[in-house]
Design a protein around this ligand. Structure first.
Ligand code: DON
Length: 307
């Protein structure tokens, strides 16, 4: 298959969509992003990769980081984790509070904000403090992306903390139900810090390979999670990776994926490749509008999907 040609065709076909959608503006430091940007990368099991667009440009990974923190928590806690966070789609926006109240502070899944905050809480407990947990998260991401240069954008992290009202509300509500062990401010800051890590589409497509290959990096053979855990992470990405648009993403694209409000989406083609697409303008549910379309075109043109 001529992947380079397919990516180039996709880049042409998405052009009419520029100008549609809206860059995330609830985090002032993200509101400055140029909506005209686009990049897409795929990385195969032999390490070969194909890219189009601004694939070297770093962007804020935001909620894509939730795939990595979920992976780490699952590795350390195993199925104990599901006592504190579920694995059902929420059908609600990523930052919604309502369900938490009547579901006793147990978030529906690890990819909505409340779920990701619980996951970060377990990592702080596991690593004894917030700094050590954040360092371990960065080390893990550098390892799966095979790139030591990955850093946090301190301006984005600071900007999120200044507008943390909803995430603090979620955290305090869960704490009132006994589902948060650590101090709320430090926890939310650690969560924002991992959201504010910056990567490009090349790094992120590379970082998906362990999930495409049953938990083992096919290039260097490092084992990160068990085969069963990798299957479950992929399943939760498929059912919950795009919040209240998860059904639509499965319907149109048909592979496990995870979006972030920075405009990135990672996707996994089992036994074949990791993918990342990036374009900052978002649809109503907070997922990259052009990114979703580009992935739909990719699975249609290649015939690669899990169905
Ligand atoms: O919690 C927040 O508001 C952000 N740091 C992460 C949100 C996010 O990426 C949601 N995704 N589409």
């Amino acid at each position: 298959m001529d992947y380079q040609q397919i990516l180039q065709d996709i880049e042409i076909e998405i052009q009419p969509l520029f100008g549609k959608g809206k860059v995330a503006d609830y985090i002032p430091a993200l509101a400055d992003a140029d909506a005209g940007q686009f990049a897409m990368s795929i990385t195969l099991f032999d390490g070969s990769s194909y890219d189009v667009g601004a694939s070297d440009t770093l962007f804020s990974i935001q909620s894509i980081s939730k795939v990595f923190t979920f992976t780490m928590a699952l590795k350390y806690l195993g199925s104990e984790l599901y006592k504190r966070v579920g694995r059902e789609p929420s059908g609600n926006p990523f930052n919604s509070l309502v369900q938490l109240e009547y579901e006793n502070g147990i978030p529906r899944n690890p990819f909505i904000n409340a779920g990701a905050i619980v996951i970060t809480d377990t990592l702080i407990t596991h690593y004894k403090n917030d700094t050590a947990a954040f360092d371990a998260i960065v080390d893990f991401i550098r390892s799966i992306a095979d790139d030591e240069s990955i850093r946090m954008n301190v301006v984005v992290a600071g900007s999120e903390m200044e507008h943390a009202y909803r995430n603090l509300a979620l955290t305090n509500l869960m704490k009132s139900f006994g589902n948060i062990d650590n101090e709320a401010i430090k926890l939310v800051q650690t969560y924002f810090n991992h959201c504010a890590l910056e990567m490009n589409t090349k790094m992120l497509s590379r970082s998906m390979l362990y999930l495409a290959n049953h938990g083992v990096d096919p290039i260097n053979n490092k084992a990160y999670v068990t085969k069963a855990q990798a299957k479950r992470i992929n399943a939760v990405m498929l059912t919950c990776g795009h919040y209240d648009a998860s059904g639509d993403f499965a319907f149109k694209v048909g592979v496990p994926g995870k979006s972030g409000v920075g405009g990135g989406i990672v996707a996994v083609i089992p036994q074949k490749m990791g993918i990342c697409v990036w374009s900052p303008a978002l649809n109503e549910q907070g997922n990259s509008l052009i990114g979703t379309k580009a992935l739909e075109l990719f699975t249609t043109k290649t015939g690669l999907s899990i169905f």
